[in-house]
Ligand binder design. Structure first.
Ligand code: HEC
Ligand code: HEC
Length: 341
């Protein structure tokens, strides 16, 4: 999987297929070559949490274990399902005691490359992000210190923890091990990748190629927010979903009016399986998403200028939709190594 990127280094500058419009070719080039070597080829681990097999195994076990929720009914995987690109298929996943969540569970594909976490971006590292579901009333409703004590009663966890971090299971081990596992959730073999990086010209249909040209065009502007290798620039934007938002978005963090209803731009990798869509899961299908962008969205004082009526023909909508499906990476979705044993 990874060795492919060495090849890109040599190929991507010289090689490009002539199936899309010339402008979009240049734009796609810019989105993928300016970051070479591909960020997916090197996952950077923090100094105190370098990768090791023992750490990864422990993180994976914790990810799938109900032990971290207060009443031992839920695991991380209850809301982040591997076959759904580690997202969930409901608008709001239920927390412990059937409590309703307030946001849609996002995909965890390539989270190693996010510069910050949650939709307002208030959490700087994957290690710290572990505390969010653990303590959240609507999720595990537990406490990291107590979780450590509970795990320390289990001799298997004690042995694994000693091997991985040379200490008893505690808050340090839980946050580090889970983050270590999460960094390995790499999705880089979609049909789009096969076409673009492996030069498999038949990996995309003609409709998908037309949709790709639309995606990387000034007509739709999709790439201006969903750019780069992860199909997000990680900026905070308003895409015109509502006139009045229940969720304050980034304003929750900054308390600034100019941040009201801004949400982190979502990665589109494996978007086919991450339905329903948007921070509140209010759009059920990708067709609804395309119709939303085509309409130009609702007016909101913070709506991006890039969101405006597109006047797409039916064929163009179909093409855009087809392109979004090309971001599905079946190798990742079915990877046995990442699933619960
Ligand atoms: C009850 C459902 C639920 C459970 C259980 C849960 N999560 Fe989440 N997760 C969510 C939701 C909802 C969000 C989005 C939060 C937001 O945007 O504010 C999220 C966000 C995240 C993010 C940030 C992704 C991003 O794009 O910023 C990571 C990483 C994550 N979860 C990992 C975990 C881990 C690890 C566990 C187990 C310790 C876990 N989650 C348990 C629902 C859940
Ligand atoms: C101004 C920046 C911007 C532009 C331009 C833009 N988007 Fe988005 N997109 C966002 C933001 C922000 C979100 C998340 C909104 C939320 O969470 O409510 C999003 C969410 C999405 C989602 C939902 C992903 C998920 O898993 O929930 C899809 C699909 C999507 N955009 C596709 C597109 C397409 C296709 C285009 C071009 C027609 C486009 N976007 C143009 C900012 C943008």
């Amino acid at each position: 999987m990874r060795s492919r990127y060495i090849i890109i280094l040599f190929f991507s500058a010289a090689f490009f297929m002539g199936c899309t419009g010339e402008d979009s070719e240049v734009l796609i080039q810019q989105n993928f070559t300016s970051n070479l070597p591909s960020p997916f080829s090197t996952i950077s681990f923090p100094e105190d949490n370098d990768y090791s097999e023992e750490r990864w195994e422990l993180g994976k076990k914790l990810f799938y274990d109900n032990i971290l929720s207060i009443d031992s009914t839920l695991s991380c995987a209850s809301c982040h399902k591997s076959e759904l690109s580690f997202s969930d298929d409901v608008s709001f996943s239920k927390g412990v005691k059937d409590r309703d969540g307030v946001r849609n569970s996002p995909s965890l594909a390539n989270v190693a490359f996010h510069p910050y976490f949650t939709r307002e971006g208030g959490v700087p590292t994957l290690e710290q992000q572990v505390l969010v579901p653990l303590q959240e009333h609507n999720e595990f409703d537990f406490n990291i210190v107590l979780a450590g004590e509970r795990i320390a009663q289990d001799s298997i966890y004690v042995a694994m923890s000693q091997k991985a971090y040379d200490r008893m299971p505690d808050y340090y081990v839980i946050t580090r091990a889970l983050a270590n596992f999460e960094r390995s959730l790499i999705s880089d073999n979609s049909y789009f990748d096969q076409y673009h990086f492996d030069a498999q010209t038949d990996a995309l249909s003609n409709s998908q190629k037309r949709g790709m040209a639309l995606f990387y065009s000034e007509k739709t502007n999709c790439f201006k927010c969903h750019g780069g290798p992860n199909f997000t620039d990680y900026s905070f934007q308003n895409n015109g979903l509502y006139e009045n938002y229940m969720d304050q978005g980034r304003k929750r963090l900054t308390e600034m009016e100019s941040d009201e209803a801004l949400f982190k731009v979502t990665s589109l990798r494996n978007v086919e399986v991450s339905s329903p869509y948007m921070h509140d899961g209010s759009l059920q299908t990708l067709r609804d998403v395309v119709d939303h962008y085509d309409s130009g969205g609702k007016s909101h004082q913070n709506k991006s200028e890039l969101i405006k009526p597109l006047n797409l023909t039916n064929e163009q909508k179909e093409d855009l939709l087809a392109f979004l499906l090309s971001l599905t990476d079946n190798e990742f979705l079915t990877d046995k190594k990442l699933k619960n044993k």
